[in-house]
Design a protein around this ligand. Structure first.
Ligand SMILES: Nc1nc2c(ncn2[C@@H]2O[C@H](COP(=O)(O)OP(=O)(O)OP(=O)(O)O)[C@@H](O)[C@H]2O)c(=O)[nH]1
Ligand SMILES: [Mg+2]
Length: 280
């Protein structure tokens, strides 16, 4: 059984920074994880790249040879990846052992997760290879300072959730940049009725019915819950910081994700089986 995180979210939401912080954290705690670059447009990395889509296809080549722009070019690259899953991914995955932990740093174009099947097929391939996969969805905390932005963030996360059908952890990134705690605190674990009241207040009266349906959808999928990540935090901290802002450390987030994909549970079993003292 392998373990994998699929790190997704809008452009610039902090996916690559999250991956590199995760890598650093695991180095400190002597845990092995492998970060995979799935962004054919990425150029600089703060982490050692274990597998790299650019070895399969380069965005520059695609743009030059096919005369495509950056987004069309990226879609082409991802479709190429999809067509080569059996060869490229299978071959690359052969380099990893049974219980290895991979983290996939994805591109930020959200259409990849909302209405084209490439990521879904990618994930299905991983699952066939016996990987437990969790989606880690990052949303920039700077963008949820009011209810309309919050709902739109929820909707984009929700479309990935519905399309990928995987365990799903939502993270609010860049908490160190939040200066007004009230801005964000209201949206960390919000009361649906309060959200609705706020939304009605913001929007023209003819949207009231739509607002109600939107809040119901968000509530029913019980995904109105974001873990606020502050990369400055080091311990397993999950609580209020010195400015009484709720936030959590990367270690806490990792433990939540590990839980989702049952990482560590099998290891415990192994230790028990091989412990002679346990025999009696
Ligand atoms: N202050 C602060 N800045 C951050 C944090 N995370 C990311 N950033 C900054 O946000 C910008 C985008 O970060 P990336 O990690 O490249 O974001 P990304 O989601 O990988 O972006 P794309 O791959 O282009 O979609 C960079 O300038 C980062 O330095 C954070 O926790 N705090
Ligand atoms: Mg990136």
């Amino acid at each position: 059984m392998g373990y994998a995180q699929l790190v997704i979210g809008p452009a610039g939401s902090g996916k690559s920074t999250y991956c590199s912080s995760l890598h650093q954290h695991c180095e400190t705690t002597r845990r092995t994880i492998h970060i995979v670059n799935l962004d054919p447009a990425a150029e600089n990395f703060d982490y050692p790249v274990a597998m790299d889509i650019r070895e399969l296809i380069s965005l520059d080549d695609v743009m030059e040879e096919l005369g495509l722009g950056p987004n069309g070019g990226l879609m082409y690259c991802m479709e190429h990846l999809e067509e080569n899953l059996d060869e490229w991914l299978t071959e690359e995955l052969d380099n990893y052992l049974d219980d290895d932990y991979l983290v996939f740093d994805c591109p930020g174009q959200i259409e990849l997760f909302s209405h084209v099947p490439v990521v879904k097929n990618f994930v299905e391939h991983l699952r066939r290879k016996n990987f437990n996969v969790c989606v880690v969805y990052l949303l920039d905390s700077q963008f949820i300072t009011d209810v309309t932005k919050f709902i739109s963030g929820c909707m984009s996360s929700l479309s990935a959730m519905v399309q990928l059908e995987l365990p799903h952890v939502n993270i609010l990134s860049k908490m160190d940049l939040v200066t007004n705690k009230k801005d964000v605190e209201n949206y960390l674990d919000p009361e649906p009725q309060l959200l609705l009241a706020e939304l009605n207040q913001r929007m023209a009266p003819q949207f009231q019915k739509l607002n109600k349906s939107l809040i119901e959808v968000v509530d029913q999928y019980s995904m109105v819950s974001f873990l606020p990540l502050d990369l400055r935090k080091e311990s397993s901290f999950n609580g209020k910081d010195q400015y009484s802002l709720p936030s959590c450390s990367i270690q806490y987030i990792l433990s939540q994700i590990d839980n989702c994909i049952q990482y560590g549970e099998d290891a415990d079993v192994k230790v028990k089986n091989f412990d002679p003292e346990e025999d009696d």
